[in-house]
Design a protein around this ligand. Sequence first.
Ligand code: AR6
Length: 173
Amino acid sequence: MPSIEILQADITTLDVDAIVNAANSSLLGGGGVDGAIHRAAGPELLAECRALGGCPTGEARLTGGYRLAARFVIHTVGPVWHGGSHGEDELLAACYRNSLELAARQQLRSIAFPSISTGVYRFPLERACCIALREVRAFLATHPLPERVLFCCFSAADRAVYEQAYTELAKSS
Ligand code: AR6
């Protein structure tokens, strides 16, 4: 049975097959969760990222996890929020789908997502969270792997929003 878990944690501490990084299109690091992942993984991660030559918004790339407990990092580039009429919803959905596709192709069992685009990129949290839950549920319903998906919230407030959205989604289906 596939499982979806919502937790509050620093994603760099999670012992899962892959953690997802909310990166920018250079893949050369930044602030927020991206900075935290690079600091925890060590400089080898940046060296591997450099060789990838960037990543367009909505796509995803796989690297090793180096000093992280996670074996892999899946770097995806969320959209910057520009009001919602610039394809932001579809690009964010693509981040989740493409990250899950990479995990499935690599036969990974567990993957943890941060709340992509809802920090520096200012995507409204409730809206992003509904897209994230919908895409993950749809993927799990049609693929055997990954079988465990964690939504890693950085704050208690974010976690409450995810839990509320998850409850609403479960009621409506
Ligand atoms: N563990 C889990 N979640 C975290 C952590 C952590 N250690 N640190 C922050 N978050 P953001 P974005 C949460 O800004 O909006 C970077 O500079 C944070 O509270 O990291 O996609 C990149 O290089 C928020 O809920 O990512 C890009 O330039 C979520 O992670 C840009 O920011 C995402 O916030 C990407 O912006």
